[in-house]
Design a protein around this ligand. Structure first.
Ligand SMILES: Nc1ncnc2c1ncn2[C@@H]1O[C@H](COP(=O)(O)OP(=O)(O)OP(=O)(O)O)[C@@H](O)[C@H]1O
Length: 243
């Protein structure tokens, strides 16, 4: 069966600058792929192209077989996307924001209420559902973003630093949630936290200067006598080959 995320030779240039350079990889059902790289490596730009927020300069991206440029609505139907930062509409309460997102997803009536309730419970937002988003701590805002990405129970999740700003207990909860959902979904998460890769990822893709440097299981990436941290540093600080 085809992978649920298929990226082929994806490239993004901003003027003369190449942010994502000929990137190819796939993510199948049951995989949690960690997308690793230093600041500015091109992780978010790749994820934004998958989510249809940035148009590729070249190459293709497909979600459940649907090209994100040619069939954007069909591709988005199968995708839950957690962008960087906090959800927009800060003055809305958590419940109102999630209901708004569910309505955009096409839900109405009892089903809309159920979808919101499921997402609230999965991300443990019960205690803050009537609070305006702008009054929440960074970790709670992050969880509202996560809840929004799960509303329609999509087969594909693209999560840009899902545990950023969360305290250790919250990080643990979100990692458990990702692990629980993993068998049914294809999940791509960007992270700077190498222990997260070891904790939840079945594969890791290391990217720097827009190029994929490694694509392997966390175990295979580790070399004898070296931690994942050391391997990451060696890969991402090596001098660049001339183009
Ligand atoms: N709209 C834009 N216009 C110009 N340059 C951009 C734009 N968006 C991103 N870039 C540049 O592209 C490069 C890749 O950025 P990106 O946000 O994808 O990196 P990242 O790997 O997600 O980094 P971080 O870990 O810091 O979030 C950076 O040098 C960034 O400044």
């Amino acid at each position: 069966m085809a992978a649920l995320i298929e990226i082929e030779r994806l490239t993004k240039r901003f003027g003369a600058f190449t942010a994502v350079d000929d990137v190819s990889f796939t993510v199948g059902r049951g995989e949690v792929v960690g997308f690793l790289g230093p600041n500015g490596a091109g992780k978010s730009t790749t994820m934004k192209m998958l989510a249809g927020f940035v148009t590729p300069t070249a190459g293709t991206a497909r979600i459940c077989g649907k090209d994100v440029v040619d069939h954007p609505v069909a591709a988005k139907r199968s995708l839950g996307y957690l962008p960087e930062g906090a959800p927009t509409y800060p003055e809305m309460t958590v419940s109102a924001f999630l209901a708004f997102c569910a309505r955009i997803r096409g839900y109405r009536g009892i089903e809309l209420g159920e979808r919101v309730e499921d997402a609230v419970q999965l991300t443990q937002l019960e205690g803050v559902r009537l609070q305006p988003i702008e009054t929440l701590s960074k970790g709670f805002k992050r969880r509202v973003g996560l809840a929004q990405s799960l509303l329609h129970d999509p087969p594909v999740l693209v999560l840009d630093e899902p545990t950023d700003g969360l305290d250790p207990n919250q990080k643990h909860e979100v990692r458990q949630l990702i692990r629980r959902m993993a068998p049914e979904k294809a999940i791509l998460i960007s992270t700077h936290i190498l222990e997260e890769v070891e904790a939840v990822c079945t594969r890791a893709i290391v990217i720097a200067h827009g190029r994929v440097l490694a694509d392997a299981t966390p175990k295979a990436l580790e070399q004898p006598g070296k931690t994942l941290d050391q391997v990451f540093r060696e890969l991402t600080t090596a001098p660049r080959e001339a183009a």
